[in-house]
Design a protein around this ligand. Structure first.
Ligand SMILES: [Zn+2]
Length: 200
């Protein structure tokens, strides 16, 4: 590990060691330790996330992921990093993996969350009335359908049918699934300062 250096915003209450290679994550990582007098937990984060956060002066919500635009997880330079939601990131890998296949944007009839699925894994390609985002949601929604039909609850069944009608949103088969344009980063300095100069 390299020597500790005082971090810049948004990690200015930490000093950092790294970047260092971590075999279990197959990425370069940063270890952040609070500076003396600061009560905070130690942090271990991917170098890419650290670079992005410092370049933009923001700490990212845990639901956001720092993605390597070119797909190389070790290519940790600012111009190769963009922020994606988990759903966007899954869509990106899906389309990259199956660039010839078609992906559906869908809304789960049970939890009503948006998700993406390859066509062949949806009810549009195989048997079934709907596609849920997870097994849990699928089971729950199937139960609701069964109950409504068993009880001849017409209104409830109509509501469920409406949800199934809105299950499929659109096909996605372009090569830029996220539709995001890379934002140019403003920062020009190195993302850290020496402890000696920062504490003077
Ligand atoms: Zn769901």
């Amino acid at each position: 590990m390299s020597e500790k250096r005082r971090c810049m915003l948004p990690y200015d209450e930490y000093q950092s060691a790294g970047p260092f290679w971590m075999e279990s994550t197959k990425r370069f990582m940063m270890a952040l330790v609070p500076v003396k007098g600061v009560k905070a937990k130690n942090l271990l984060l991917p170098y890419a996330r650290y670079i992005y956060s410092v370049a933009n002066g923001v700490r990212l919500a845990s639901s956001l992921q720092v993605d390597h635009v070119d797909g190389d997880r070790t290519h940790d330079v600012r111009t190769n990093l963009q922020v994606l939601t988990g759903a966007e990131n899954r869509l990106k890998s899906m389309v990259e993996r199956k660039s010839q296949g078609t992906v559906a944007e869908m809304v789960c009839p049970d939890c009503r969350g948006m998700f993406f699925r390859e066509k062949r894994q949806t009810h549009l390609a195989k048997k079934g009335e709907f596609t849920a985002c997870s097994r849990k949601c699928a089971g729950r929604f199937r139960k609701k359908l069964q109950d409504a039909r068993a009880e001849h609850a017409v209104r409830a069944e109509l509501t469920l049918k409406d949800l199934m009608r809105n299950n499929f949103v659109r096909w996605i088969n372009n090569q830029n699934p996220t539709g995001k344009v890379l934002v140019e980063h403003k920062m020009v300095a190195e993302p850290w300062e020496d402890v000696s100069t920062a504490t003077s």
